[in-house]
Design a protein around this ligand. Structure first.
Ligand code: BTN
Length: 259
């Protein structure tokens, strides 16, 4: 089980709720928010999820006691309506930064829209769920699954990895969690201080394939283009060989990462 983590923060992780087993930490967070029972920055963490949720209809599978599975509740009192993807960008950037600190010699990237890849293998998935009333964001739940000590080498078909697989060392999960929560706080403060352009620029810089030629699958055909950014709605902006820039919603284009 986890030892208690005390991050050096004002908001994120000041309240951490520990569970052994839940269906999904995002679902627990959702229930708490429906009853208005959690403050900004509350973290829900579990050793094991019976129904861990991924992007779309995917599941998030993770062995108990090996990894980090947690959700962060955010209640930003800023109007993010004109920039609805900013929370996703901030969280992805926070994870990229903290994983890069742990693995300083490796290439840690964000694969659009919000996977974290190390040497092109997925090590972390992020699921942000936003709740709006009209144009106001009431709250966001940022669910994070980070592979820490689980061995993914045996299941190479998953293209997944863990901190241990990459470094050869076991990690103390509490130490990693503390660093991540502090990194999320720093990015979240930028959101609260309306530093959206700074966040977006840093997010773009960390995108796998930013400003370089990439292969994609579009309408079942392979196409080449350069990733030039991610817009406010979270669409991937690609410049094609005819110099035209087009933007794509998640699920409408696939970047070819593994060949
Ligand atoms: C993805 O890559 O598809 C997103 C995966 C997000 C998984 C995390 S694990 C903790 C939190 N609770 C969930 O049910 N999902 C997120």
């Amino acid at each position: 089980m986890f030892a208690k983590v005390k991050p050096n923060t004002q908001i994120i992780g000041q309240n951490i709720i520990y569970f052994n087993r839940v269906d999904s930490t995002n679902s627990i967070a959702f229930e708490l928010m429906k009853q208005n029972m959690a403050d900004d920055g509350t973290v829900i963490i579990a050793e094991h999820q019976g129904n861990g949720r991924g992007q779309g209809t995917k599941q998030w599978i993770s062995d108990a006691y090996e990894n980090l599975l947690f959700s962060v509740i955010l209640k930003p009192v800023t109007n993010t309506y004109s920039d609805p993807f900013i929370i996703n960008k901030a969280i992805a950037l926070a994870l990229q930064t903290s994983i890069q600190e742990v693995l300083p010699n490796e290439k840690v990237n964000i694969k659009w829209p919000n996977d974290i890849l190390v040497n092109k293998r997925k090590i972390c998935g992020i699921l942000v769920e936003n709740n709006y009333s009209g144009q106001n964001l009431n709250w966001s739940i940022a669910g994070i699954g980070l592979n820490v000590n689980q061995d993914f080498e045996a299941i190479s078909s998953l293209n997944a990895s863990s901190l241990k697989n990459i470094s050869g060392y076991e990690f103390q999960r509490e130490v990693i969690l503390k660093n991540i929560l502090e990194s999320i706080e720093s990015c979240y403060l930028n959101v609260l201080n309306s530093q959206n352009d700074t966040i977006s620029q840093s997010f773009n810089q960390m995108l796998l394939g930013f400003n370089s030629n990439q292969k994609f699958i579009l309408d079942q055909k392979e196409v080449n283009g350069e990733i030039v950014g991610c817009d406010r709605d979270g669409r991937l902006m690609i410049q094609f060989e005819d110099s035209k820039v087009q933007s794509f919603l998640h699920g409408t284009i696939k970047q070819i990462v593994y060949e």
